[in-house]
Write a protein that binds this ligand. Structure first.
Ligand code: HEC
Ligand code: HEC
Ligand code: HEC
Ligand code: HEC
Ligand code: HEC
Length: 402
């Protein structure tokens, strides 16, 4: 009997040792899990905010019941599209998009379903998530809304410290300065080998001729004089439609455009002699932007098309110029070229053609601004209701060769 128990005990010990060995081995092969804190600014969000006293919600729509003009302007801005944007939604669904993609597009914690506590072993694809009890899906749809810029520590941040408001106001002109804009409009990081975040509008501005003279706010939120709410005395105020590229997000939504380029062209005569050479030049000059053009999103580019046609519409000759960056994303993200126009920089596109047949001709000149290439739109399965480009300059010259 004793012998039988001894054998059973021995068998149990061997079994336990085997299990311990297997577990121990796995422990050796699996790296121990350490949760590391978030470090980069864009890994963090603005903490959950409570609704400031005197207000019913954090929603722009509710701010808009009093600040009617502000709401109407903001509604047409690209900031209001930062979450619903078709390309953004398409990219967000990809496995290659890490958690922090949403942090500049829906910057308030209240707009995010999960609170990210840290990263397992610092891996951006392994965030430690917890359900957010204050998540508001309506607020999420608003993208960069009034509260994104104006609510901190549960109060409204203003730049004048008004005492007339029915909600608490904290005066903080430093928060409401270009530093706020730059917190999102300047990120320079290689997130993963094939994913780079390169928005350097802030650095471009600091290096340019407008630094110290005009800033993000003076150009993109020009000053006006009006009441902040109907029935209140008019005072210093700023437009909130954030005009810039003017490339719309839908066929129906047209954000305002700010003009950066001036165009200078040479003359085309009404008539030429056979065997003359037509010489033409179109110059683009970045006169009004406080940074490079294009700026921000590395996918943006301009095309400059100069096309000579016969009166029947047959193309005789054409040239095309391109202003923008070009990137290779695989196997590692790498910028191949970049000829964006610096502030104040001018560039000429020339056209030269021997006129060796009599008849009537037209020289068509056109400049278009593009959000993305057709290939990128196809790759992201973006439908045709999402505009890819707009025309920013068009001029035709008719002439005769006699
Ligand atoms: C019930 C009406 C009402 C609502 C709702 C409301 N406000 Fe106001 N707000 C006012 C009034 C009135 C003023 C003061 C106007 C003045 O000083 O002439 C004001 C002032 C402000 C100011 C300027 C403060 C300063 O001192 O510069 C900001 C910014 C502001 N509101 C933002 C918001 C935001 C953001 C929301 C929504 C989260 C909001 N307001 C909701 C009525 C309202
Ligand atoms: C929380 C991050 C964030 C902050 C803060 C922010 N922006 Fe933006 N901004 C964005 C994002 C994201 C977009 C693009 C949205 C889209 O295209 O869907 C954008 C778009 C814009 C555009 C439109 C660009 C175009 O293509 O036409 C302008 C202009 C702009 N922002 C200016 C500003 C200014 C000025 C400030 C400061 C007062 C500011 N932004 C603050 C994130 C931010
Ligand atoms: C991208 C950031 C941003 C967003 C979004 C935004 N604002 Fe502002 N707002 C500012 C800045 C910056 C100023 C201060 C400009 C200054 O004083 O130089 C300001 C100023 C104001 C003021 C004070 C008066 C004035 O015009 O200077 C009011 C009122 C205001 N905003 C209301 C709103 C409301 C309402 C919304 C949403 C419909 C909103 N803001 C959305 C950045 C923003
Ligand atoms: C001197 C005026 C001026 C200043 C200062 C300025 N901008 Fe602009 N910005 C413009 C103009 C004009 C455009 C339109 C460019 C174009 O033709 O597409 C523009 C375009 C943009 C765009 C869209 C870029 C694109 O290629 O589609 C963004 C984003 C932007 N600005 C953000 C900012 C931010 C952020 C700052 C501050 C760091 C700033 N701007 C400072 C005038 C200015
Ligand atoms: C540091 C802040 C920041 C982060 C993080 C960020 N974005 Fe953006 N995003 C911006 C700004 C600013 C713009 C507007 C740029 C412009 O118009 O010049 C923008 C614009 C966009 C657009 C609109 C492009 C267009 O043509 O209108 C898409 C799509 C986008 N981002 C996708 C992403 C994805 C995917 C990620 C994660 C890999 C991401 N963003 C992370 C700041 C950010």
């Amino acid at each position: 009997m004793i012998k039988k128990y001894a054998l059973l005990t021995l068998a149990f010990l061997i079994f336990s040792a085997a299990i311990y060995f297997v577990l121990e081995k796995n422990k050796v092969f699996n790296e121990p899990e350490v949760i590391l804190p978030l470090t980069k600014s864009w890994e963090k969000v603005v903490p959950n905010q409570k609704v400031p006293h005197g207000l019913v919600s954090l929603k722009s729509e509710d701010c808009g019941t009093c600040h009617k003009e502000y709401y109407a302007e903001w509604k047409t801005s690209t900031h209001a599209q930062a979450w619903v944007d078709q390309q953004f939604q398409a990219e967000l669904k990809k496995e290659s998009s890490p958690f922090m993609c949403i942090n500049c597009h829906i910057p308030l914690q209240n707009q995010q379903e999960f609170i990210v506590k840290g990263l397992i072993n610092g891996d951006i694809y392994k965030p430690v998530k917890e359900k957010n009890p204050l998540f508001d899906s309506e607020l999420q749809k608003e993208g960069i809304n009034c509260a994104s810029c104006h609510v901190r520590n549960n109060v409204i941040i203003g730049s004048s410290g008004s005492t007339l408001a029915p909600h608490p106001v904290k005066k903080d002109p430093i928060h409401l300065s270009e530093t706020l804009c730059i917190s999102c409009h300047n990120a320079n990081a290689v997130v993963t080998p094939t994913l780079a975040c390169t928005f350097q509008t802030g650095d471009e501005w600091k290096a340019g001729p407008f630094y110290g003279k005009k800033n993000c706010i003076s150009c993109h939120m020009p000053e006006t004089h009006r009441s902040l709410m109907e029935g209140f005395p008019a005072k210093k105020s700023h437009f909130h439609n954030f005009p810039a590229s003017g490339i719309p997000k839908h066929d129906t939504l047209k954000p305002a455009m700010l003009k950066s380029l001036e165009f200078y062209s040479s003359n085309v005569k009404k008539s030429y002699k056979l065997s003359d050479t037509l010489k033409f030049s179109l110059t683009l000059k970045n006169e009004h932007a406080g940074h490079r053009v294009p700026s921000g999103d590395p996918e943006r580019f301009l095309l400059i098309d100069l096309v000579l046609k016969t009166s029947e519409g047959k193309i005789i000759a054409k040239t095309q110029g391109r202003v923008g960056e070009s990137w290779e994303w695989y196997p590692v993200a790498k910028k191949l070229s970049d000829n964006n126009l610096n502030p104040g920089e001018a560039r000429s596109y020339n056209f030269k053609q021997l006129l060796n047949a009599k008849g009537k001709y037209t020289l068509e000149t056109k400049v278009t601004k593009h959000r993305m290439t057709e290939e990128a739109a196809k790759y992201n399965k973006i439908d045709s209701s999402y505009p890819r480009s707009i025309s920013i300059y068009e001029k035709s010259y008719g002439f005769e060769v006699k």
